[in-house]
Design a protein. Structure first.
Length: 208
């Protein structure tokens, strides 16, 4: 990245943080959404670009927060799902393109399964679940992943903290499960070093 692009990104990062702090002073909004804005986390743009390259008909972001990824993808039919009502409230203000749903798919499984079954079979779907699986045990991750990738004509994008040096605060607090056990040996693409703290995994449904 050129020095000019780096300087511009830093400026946009600072401006976006100031904007978020001034406009959303509510103590209910998780501070991470204020400090880790789209312009401060380059991986978010890379995920948006990847989604748009796949060229799906439908995008579903699980753990969408304030909608900084799902609010920037190309398809007209976009859903953002998050368990935090305050994050969804803010998402509807600053990234108001997607249809937002307040829900925890890991708890409200019946409702989430109903949502999955309502998606058109023939349409290409991309599920994004970045920063969503980090603290979950293998059984929960496996159940969630199978549920999503068994949806016909679908892709799943998740991130992975695979290098111990990137988990300085708590090395057990990041998603680092065995991908072969989760997805099968030939059903995913591992993208090394999405940024300085994470890798990316693209999983495709076998029916595609």
């Amino acid at each position: 990245m050129s020095k000019l692009k780096t300087a511009l990104r830093i400026c946009l990062c600072v401006i976006s943080k100031i904007y978020m702090r001034l406009r959303f002073r509510s103590k209910k909004l998780n501070k991470w959404h204020i400090s880790a804005t789209y312009h401060c986390r380059p991986y978010k743009k890379k995920i948006v670009d990847l989604v748009n390259t796949i060229n799906p008909d439908i995008v579903i972001e699980i753990g969408c927060g304030i909608g900084e990824i799902c609010g920037r993808v190309n398809p007209n039919e976009v859903y953002g799902i998050d368990l935090d009502p305050e994050a969804i409230r803010v998402a509807n203000i600053i990234n108001n393109g997607p249809k937002y749903i307040v829900e925890n798919p890991l708890v409200n499984k019946k409702s989430f399964n109903h949502f999955l079954s309502s998606l058109p079979y023939s349409k290409r779907k991309v599920f994004v679940a970045v920063n969503f699986l980090h603290t979950l045990n293998f059984a929960l991750v496996k159940d969630f992943v199978l549920n999503v990738i068994n949806t016909p004509n679908s892709y799943l994008i998740i991130d992975k903290y695979s290098r111990q040096e990137f988990c300085k605060k708590n090395r057990f607090n990041k998603f680092n499960h065995d991908c072969d056990k989760l997805f099968g040996n030939d059903n995913y693409i591992f993208m090394n070093k999405l940024d300085e703290v994470r890798d990316l995994i693209l999983v495709n449904n076998k029916s595609i």
